[in-house]
Design a binder for this molecule. Structure first.
Ligand code: FAD
Length: 384
């Protein structure tokens, strides 16, 4: 028997472990540059194409005014095999009937890759973090399920991006943004999964609450951002990175949900869900359950961030600026309460110093804590 290395990833776990060996802190950016040099993506000799390694700074723009225009994703009708598979799924399984958004064959996956490179890639990047109620896909590639199932290989995706950039039709920030996701983030997450198996069960913040009824589909939620995001998961099994990180994981963390339940919820519901993704992305980056090995500070925020990066808040019944009172946005109330509850763990974190000095100056801390208890009770009861 000959054992060969999988081509579903570009960096074998042994090579990742060798790269990581002896480093005090593992930074994705260092790994990414090492990958770029080693594999030669977007390199002009020994220099990065365009003169910079990273255009992330240009890629965090809020939603464009007027909503922008985005190429429509490909959509197919279900074929005989798709329908037969649907027939096998038990009635109680989560999720709506498939809507044809996802390819189920190699040909379909290749057609999606071509569509992405030709139509979507030139606009990939600037609005990566934006969230719009009327548009679920924006300029995301929607390629993760095929990469994770082996219908597309990361090398062929990265090669296609490189070719399009060299042909002149794609700006460097868009090409670099996509290469960073596929050659950097995806591979980094894969390597970390093998290196830190203990991330799987981590729960440094000691969160134990059950997932709220709205996450099980047993109750509606009044939070518009959460409602839109849960609806995306229900109907497409997919929401984009910032919805996963700053709506779902952020909410679960502020609410104090048991990390293992959040992990299982995402693993079962995302069309691209896989074991290797869960430790680093959910337990590490999303929930900070590993105590900061993956990201130096928790990705938590109040309603102000959601309001800046989306158009969700305008029509919501809550006000993102308020932390107390009937109209207070639950994200905002629970954000300050989260900082207060976890001061023993987070107060000494240098990157949280500004937030804690603001918290300590708040005159309405007792009201905020009382409102937080009320909000948590309402969410747990399926009334909010
Ligand atoms: C809480 C949380 C849960 C997540 N769960 C999953 C999951 O179950 N499966 C999954 O594949 N990704 C997961 N991600 C990572 C990321 O959100 C998805 O890969 C991305 O949203 C998929 O959509 P896309 O193909 O349009 O990605 P794009 O934004 O177009 O990015 C291109 C590709 O880069 C890769 N990629 C980028 N970031 C990551 C990352 N952090 N981890 C792994 N691959 C990455 C994916 O293969 C993706 O297709 C999660 C992130 C968070 C914060």
């Amino acid at each position: 028997m000959e054992v060969v290395r999988s081509n579903q990833f570009l960096c074998h776990r042994d090579d990742f472990a060798a790269w990581a060996g002896g480093k005090r802190r593992l930074r994705m950016e260092d790994f990414y540059r090492w990958q770029r040099r080693r594999l030669g993506y977007l390199m002009d000799g020994s220099e990065p194409a365009g003169g910079r390694w990273n255009y992330d700074h240009d890629n965090r723009e809020p939603p464009p005014s007027g909503g922008g225009s985005w190429p429509k994703p490909l959509r197919d009708s279900l074929d005989e095999i798709d329908r037969a598979v649907c027939g096998e799924i038990p009635d109680h399984a989560p999720g709506a009937e498939p809507g044809g958004w996802w390819a189920t064959s190699r040909d379909g996956a290749l057609a999606r890759l071509d569509h992405f490179v030709e139509r979507v890639l030139p606009g990939f990047g600037p609005h990566e973090d934006a969230m719009l109620a009327a548009n679920w896909h924006l300029a995301h590639s929607l390629l993760s399920p095929y990469l994770n199932l082996g219908l597309l290989l990361p090398g062929e995706v990265a090669d296609a991006v490189e070719r399009a950039y060299r042909a002149g039709g794609v700006p460097v920030n868009s090409a670099e943004g996509m290469i960073r996701q596929v050659v950097g983030w995806r591979e980094f997450v894969w390597g970390i999964y093998w290196l830190w198996p203990e991330q799987w069960d981590a729960n440094v913040l000691g969160h134990t609450r059950n997932l709220p009824p709205s996450w099980r589909g047993d109750a509606a939620t009044e939070l518009r951002c959460l409602d839109i995001t849960l609806d995306g998961v229900e109907h497409r099994g997919w929401v984009h990175h910032i919805q996963r990180l700053m709506i779902l994981a952020n909410f679960a963390n502020l609410y104090g949900a048991d990390p293992a339940q959040v992990r299982e919820w995402m693993r079962a519901r995302f069309v691209d869900g896989a074991d290797w993704v869960m430790g680093p992305n959910v337990m590490g980056m999303g929930l900070w359950a590993d105590g900061g090995r993956m990201s130096t500070k928790p990705y938590v925020s109040g309603g102000a961030y959601v309001n800046r990066m989306s158009d969700y808040c305008g029509e919501c019944r809550f006000d993102p600026r308020q932390r107390t009172g009937d109209d207070a946005c639950p994200f905002t109330t629970l954000y300050w309460d989260f900082l207060d509850r976890h001061r023993d763990v987070l107060r000494t974190n240098a990157r949280m110093a500004r937030q804690y000095s603001t918290l300590e100056r708040l005159a309405d801390r007792a009201d905020m804590a009382a409102r937080a208890r009320f909000v948590i009770g309402e969410i747990a009861a399926g009334r909010m």
